[in-house]
Design a protein around this ligand. Structure first.
Ligand SMILES: NC(=O)c1ccc[n+]([C@@H]2O[C@H](COP(=O)([O-])OP(=O)(O)OC[C@H]3O[C@@H](n4cnc5c(N)ncnc54)[C@H](O)[C@@H]3O)[C@@H](O)[C@H]2O)c1
Length: 233
């Protein structure tokens, strides 16, 4: 086993976060989930409740929090357009105040922080596929701006804390994900197609259908979880 770390996962009750929690727990780390359950569900992580290495704190990241940890995975933020557009001001607060709070914590406890950014930082891109060097094409007052610009400023804050305060940061620009535990009302193409097919409804295709996307499958095998619990009990 690797060296055991104390790890905070913000947004750990969500789709991607809960798979990350499974992976970290299976590796034997001590994991604390911080989540306000806006889009996440306790059911996504309830299989770890009662495990001595696992804690959940119901908390909104727009408020500061103090926890002694070695690493922070900052995923707290609604990811799908219907969810982040439901309350754009809250989305902006989560991406600004929330990220500042996580970076402030990382600086205080000298933890490494990974921020879950997005391919949306490229906006409506003019080049395909997008390279990391590409700066993007974002409308700062468009309907997606609360999320796109929120993530862009989150990235800016991460690198400001890295350069000015020496915080060890990582930024991952995640493209569209799909897999078990994704929200059925996610509102993006994969869940839309599947739900409409299951209901025998016509499939909705936006635009002329010639657009492209990169997709990423997210899952940690439930076998891992079963094996791990069996091992420690
Ligand atoms: N799923 C994707 O396709 C995708 C793509 C790019 C980036 N990302 C990023 O990855 C991260 C996780 O995405 P996901 O698909 O798991 O989304 P999700 O909506 O399933 O999970 C987000 C989690 O954050 C929690 N949360 C939201 N606002 C919060 C707040 N203010 N305080 C505390 N908790 C809060 C939610 O309750 C939920 O548990 C997000 O930061 C998202 O922007 C996801």
């Amino acid at each position: 086993m690797l060296e055991r770390k104390r790890i905070l996962v913000s947004g750990g009750a969500g789709f991607v976060g809960s798979h990350l929690v499974d992976k970290l727990m299976a590796r034997g780390h001590e994991v604390t989930v911080v989540d306000n359950y806006f889009t996440g569900r306790k059911a996504n992580i309830e299989h770890w409740v009662g495990h001595p290495n696992f804690d959940i704190i119901r908390h909104d990241v727009i408020n500061p929090i103090m926890v002694e940890v070695d690493q922070i995975y900052h995923l707290a933020c609604p990811a799908s357009p219907p969810h982040y557009q439901y309350n754009p001001i809250k989305t902006i607060k989560t991406n600004t105040m929330g990220t500042l709070n996580m970076l402030g914590l990382a600086r205080r406890v000298r933890a490494r922080l990974l921020m879950a950014s997005t391919s949306e930082v490229y906006g409506d891109p003019e080049m395909h596929p997008q390279q990391e060097e590409y700066w993007g094409h974002v409308n700062p007052i468009g309907p997606r701006a609360c999320y796109d610009e929120g993530k862009r400023v989150s990235e800016t804050m991460c690198y400001a804390y890295a350069h000015q305060a020496g915080v060890d940061v990582r930024v991952a620009r995640i493209f569209n994900t799909f897999g078990p535990r994704m929200h059925p009302k996610d509102g993006r193409v994969v869940s839309n197609f599947i739900i409409q097919a299951l209901k025998n409804e016509p499939i909705t295709i936006y635009g002329d259908g010639s657009q492209t996307r990169s997709f990423q499958y997210v899952e940690v095998s439930s076998l891992w979880i079963f094996m791990f619990w069996t091992y420690i009990l």
